[in-house]
Each structure stands twice: as C-alpha cells, then as structure tokens.
Write a protein that binds this ligand. Sequence first.
Ligand code: ZN
Length: 379
Amino acid sequence: MEILKDLDKKGKARDWRGKKMSSLGLAKVYADIAEDIKPEYEKRGVHKRYKTITRNLKNKAGIITGVQTSEESMGLYDKNGKRVVNYEKRSENMKFCGTFLEFAKIEDSLKLIKANFCRVPLCPMCQWRKSMRTFFEVAKIMSIIEERHDYVPVFLTLTVKNCAVEDLNNTLDNVFDGWNELMRSGQLNPMFKGKRKNIVKGWFRALEVEYNSERDEFHPHFHAIMLVEKGYFKGKDYKRTDEWVQLWRKAARLDYDPICHIRRTRTDKGKRKEVAEVAKYTYKDASILHEKLSDGKKADVVKHLSGALHGRRLYAYGGVMKEIAAELKLKDIDKANLVKIDDDNINPSLVKMVLLYSWNMGVSNYTLARKRERSTQNE
Ligand SMILES: [Zn+2]
C-alpha cells in the first residue's frame, strides 16, 4: 500500500490527510445538526424549491426540433421565502469531499490535476484550497498595483464586542452594514467624486469569526487592507488609531469604543505577501472544529456559525483592487477553480506519470489507486 506523500517547495508534507479527517469530522457535525433541526424546520414550513429548466433540442444540422424541460432543485426555503441551510446535503457532500486526488508527477513533485471538492462552506478541505486560491489572487492584484501605482497598504483590524452564539447573525448584519457605511463616507470612499480628497484608493476586507469556548461567545471581526498614497503617513489626512476607532464606532453605530488595530507594513520587501496573507483569515479552519466540546454543543455552535455566514460575502474588494480583479476576470471564490489554484501551467512533456490517490477508510489515509506511466511518444 502506497501512502500519499505530497511535499511542498520547502519539503514539508502537505496535510491532505489532516484536512480530510477534519472534513469528515465536520460532516458528522452537519449530520447531527440535520437531525436536531428537523422539528424547527417543520415548524418553519421548510420545503424544497424547484425551477424549471428549458433546453432546446437540436438535430444533427443544429436545427431546433423541440424543447425539453426539467425540474432542478434550488434548495430549501421556509414559508416566508427565506433560503435555509440544507445540513443533510452539506453533510453528504462533505463526506465525499476530496475522496480522489489525481496528480501529475513532475520530477520529484506532485501537481494536483483533478479532484472532487465539495465546496460546502466551512469544509476544512475546501477552506484550505480557497485560502490558497485567495492568497494567489490578492498577490496577483497587488503585483499589478505595484507596477502601476505607488500605493502603500494600511492594515486594519476592526472588531466589535464578543457576542452570544445565538446573536451572531444579528451581529454580522451590524458589522457588514458598518463596513458599507464606513466605506461610503466621502474621505474613505475610493469612488467618491467630490471636492474632498479620498484617502483610500483601493481596499480588501476579509471576515473572520472566532469562537471562544471558555466564554461560549463568537468574536467576529474584519481584517482589512486599505491602499493609500505614499505620503499618507506624513500628510494632513493621516488618521491616528483613536480616529479610526471613532470612524468605526460611528459607522457600525456602537455605543462603546471598539478595539481597532492599525499598522503599516512590517517589511517593505514582502509587502505583496503580507497583504495576501490577510486574505487567508477568512478561510482558516473554523477554530470550533478543534475545540473539545460535547457533540450537542458543537452542533449548536456550528449551526449558528453556518447559518449566520449563509449567503454573505466573506471577502470583498473595493476601488482599484476591485477594478483589477475585474480586469483579471477573477471569479467569485464560490465558482473559482479549487484544483488549479495558480497560473502555473503544466508542460505535458514533463509529466512522466499520473498518480491517482483515493481516500482509504480502512487506514484513514490516501493510498495509491492507479498509476499511469506517460511516455512522450504518446502525446
Ligand atoms: Zn470540501
């Protein structure tokens, strides 16, 4: 039996097994939630909605000869028309996430070329892929900005007070509104066309929700990057931390001074990487998964977390960053390719072997299922 060994550029083993195990763990939690939530869903009149898809039938000459209609599921809705999470489906899909991984072997390293990722929100395997993908995208956007402008990033962490588990959804409504309000204000709005100078040229924000098991509370906060002109730190528009605190307090309509961290880049050289690192916060493994909690408690916390995150834009770009993302035709992460996460194209003549690994329940690891030699003559 050959166990998967996929080493990164530094020679460190990529944790495929760990991610798969975490996904299986979360699939179990989702199955528990699906069971627990049945009475609540029944009370709320949750039902499946379908939409009718119409396709034209064509003959060999391409002439339309008729139409075919089919019913396609749009997900679960309650009686008020609000979309609700289908935990059962999430659990099923997550169970099969990454059960097979196909790699091209190039010299001594492996490059993923095919896999079945589930794309279920919070799935640790998919979060891992998404975080790498987002890192790559932000780094790419930043490299273009560096070519064209002389902007520097300001790193901000905007927090609100911890909230009770069941209050997360309301708290998130508030922080998202707060962000929109903050970025609408004339001086910060990159699109503002007025007399006042707009300080922020581009921005990026990523939501992170941590769980504090000691206090049984959530800690939602934004990590944000704001790109400003080089002279900002010495100019009259410079804002001290206490000024940011007041701006955020006003925008999020808080009745207390929130904790905000503001800093400049640590190294001028690693600027791009440092900015891209921020993108990873959103897709880091939910801390709750590693907590020692009873099954019931874990299900309750995950239920509130995934319910509150449902349908939200966890990260977003603005100003020049948004323009460049559009220029690069970057897709929304929910539709982005999670197999090919960077621009590295594989040169087929360098691929000597294609290896298929599959998840082996018996040994709880990935084992080699098929090996295909590739000789260049066949290409
Ligand atoms: Zn997944």
